[in-house]
Design a protein around this ligand. Structure first.
Ligand SMILES: N[C@@H](CCC(=O)N[C@@H](CS)C(=O)NCC(=O)O)C(=O)O
Length: 254
């Protein structure tokens, strides 16, 4: 395990938990880390389109590479998709770029404008509201803070359960018969949700509270574009514990 020396303000750390698949073509490169949920989105989208890519491991714990600083000078974050010599930043924008640039593969965004807007709405909700609550639970100091984060997460899962009913129209995925934009946006967080559940000894997504999401999780994790990308939960838990401890220390918490 590498030393985790740097303060990373988001729950993400670096380690290589799978063998580095490297289908180099030079045309498409992904700058990222395999423990990052946002990087996972990019990889799943590339898999859906059956595209070859080169994975360039960014070891954030060792400082940011020149390539990252040059490719994402505004946020300096992973993932970065490099298509030819063009860098594309922000995971949801990257997924949309992949969908638009390689339209001959299976569609990722819904073709209907309203359904597309709904998928984008929930993806933004997950990034802006729900996933930050996962992080809050991971670093929660004391029972009150834990309870508040759990309540927020459960409320969010109830909303996603309802959204699943509307978006999937009785099919296996938010995207219908195949995984789509919202499946990718939400599914990429499942590893970190499981890790946070494990660290706290709780179950947030279960058969009684969110039965449709439980079924969806199983279908999502088994999907051909996803199964080799899903993180090993035990290893991710170790990374999670270190990342949460680092964030707590940086915030002056115990
Ligand atoms: N909104 C961004 C979030 C990306 C992000 O937070 N990446 C983390 C890795 S999981 C990162 O690069 N952290 C380094 C930093 O914040 O300095 C996206 O969707 O791509």
């Amino acid at each position: 395990m590498e030393k985790q020396a740097l303060k990373i303000p988001v729950i993400c750390a670096v380690y290589d938990y799978q063998t580095n698949q490297n289908h180099a073509t030079g045309e498409v490169k992904v700058l990222g880390s395999r423990s990052s949920p946002y990087v996972m989105r990019t990889i799943i989208a590339l898999h859906i389109k059956s595209l070859n890519y080169e994975f360039i491991e960014e070891k954030l714990s060792e400082g940011k590479s020149q390539l990252l600083l040059k490719s994402n000078p505004v946020h300096k974050r992973i993932p970065v998709l490099i298509h030819g010599d063009k860098p594309i930043n922000e995971s949801l924008i990257i997924v949309q770029y992949i969908d638009e640039t390689w339209p001959s593969g299976p569609s990722i965004l819904p073709s209907d404008p309203y359904e597309r807007a709904v998928a984008r709405f929930w993806a933004a909700y997950l990034d802006e509201k729900w996933f930050p609550a996962v992080r809050s639970l991971g670093i929660a100091d004391g029972e009150e803070a834990k309870k508040a984060a759990i309540a927020q997460l459960e409320e969010g899962l109830a909303l996603m359960e309802e959204a699943f009913g509307k978006c999937s129209k009785g099919k296996a995925f938010f995207g219908g018969d195949e995984i789509g934009f919202l499946d990718i946006a939400f599914g990429s967080f499942l590893g970190w949700l499981k890790v946070t559940e494990k660290i706290n000894g709780i179950k947030l997504m279960d058969e009684t509270k969110t039965p449709a999401l439980v079924n969806w999780t199983q279908s999502f994790c088994c999907h051909a574009a996803v199964k080799d990308v899903m993180p090993d939960i035990d290893k991710l838990t170790e990374v999670g514990k270190m990342a949460y401890a680092r964030i707590r220390a940086a915030a002056g918490m115990h």
